[in-house]
Design a protein around this ligand. Structure first.
Ligand SMILES: *[C@@H]1O[C@H](CO)[C@@H](O)[C@H](O)[C@H]1NC(C)=O
Length: 258
């Protein structure tokens, strides 16, 4: 079946590119120093998968739309993607739904990362339940110091070889963009650009495999796991897409589609 091989080859290429793009992208990370949570505590959390492998997190924003990071879905054709919702395990339970279409931000860029946001349209509506439900988008960028949480199935330690089987959540504090830029990232030359927001704690962080997943303040989606250097390293906050700044783009796409 030459077509299948071609698709597989494409996927392998894509995966390599996503992982290899830079060690700072978090498409293959997990939560460091988190605690396991039941899915009803983060019912918006989904696992985005390619050929049955977890590649990234995402959040339900409507019964047909998942929001994630553009770097998660940049090279992978929609036909190879599925989404698992309503389960604390990325590989069993809940509902698995095929992906109809992927819409990346038109100005998504790497080197440096910018506009790392994408919408994934499901090919059928997911059933809402207490384990599977949408999250509201923040209207405003959260204040520095606000209590936040991040969740996902990513690595539980920098450079770990496998991620977590069950969903992990970590508590963090928001750091505004200017302060974040003055962290070690200033020394290293990593730009914390407009459209990004940071969060950190003394020991917890997102890591590879958490990419695309939710950063939440007051039950609203304020961020999307985007990048960082290492995981939970001192002076290297996690960097997230600042969701409030993309509301218009998100709603425009959803309106046109639904
Ligand atoms: C992870 O791997 C990178 C690259 O090999 C290395 O520079 C870094 O120190 C490692 N981190 C830890 C915590 O071992």
């Amino acid at each position: 079946m030459p077509i299948r091989w071609a698709l597989l080859h494409l996927l392998l290429l894509s995966t390599t590119t996503v992982l290899g793009a830079s060690h700072i992208s978090r498409s293959n990370n997990r939560i460091v120093n988190g605690i396991p949570i039941p899915i009803r505590d983060a019912p918006w959390q989904v696992s985005i998968q390619a050929l049955g492998h977890h590649i990234c997190g995402g959040s339900i924003i409507s019964s047909k739309t998942i929001i994630t990071a553009a770097h998660c879905v940049f090279y992978i054709p929609a036909i190879l993607l599925q989404v698992r919702t309503g389960s604390k395990y990325w590989n069993r339970g809940g509902q698995v739904i095929n992906v109809a279409q992927v819409k990346r931000h038109p100005n998504y860029g790497t080197n440096p990362t910018k506009n790392d946001i994408a919408l994934v349209r499901l090919d059928k509506r997911l059933k809402y339940s207490r384990n599977s439900y949408r999250i509201r988008l923040a209207k405003e960028t959260p204040e520095s110091g606000a209590a936040a949480s991040v969740s996902g199935w990513g690595l539980q330690k920098e450079n770990a070889s496998v991620g977590s089987r069950d969903l992990q959540m970590a508590s963090l504090r928001i750091i505004d963009r200017a302060t974040c830029q003055m962290s070690k990232y200033a020394v290293l030359g990593n730009k914390v650009a407009k459209g990004m927001i940071c969060a950190t704690s003394s020991a917890s962080d997102a890591c590879q495999g958490d990419s695309g997943g939710p950063l939440v303040v007051d039950n609203q989606l304020v961020g999307i796991v985007s990048w960082g250097i290492g995981c939970a390293r001192k002076g290297h906050p996690g960097v997230y897409t600042d969701v409030a700044l993309y509301r218009e783009w998100i709603f425009k796409y959803m309106k046109r589609r639904e």
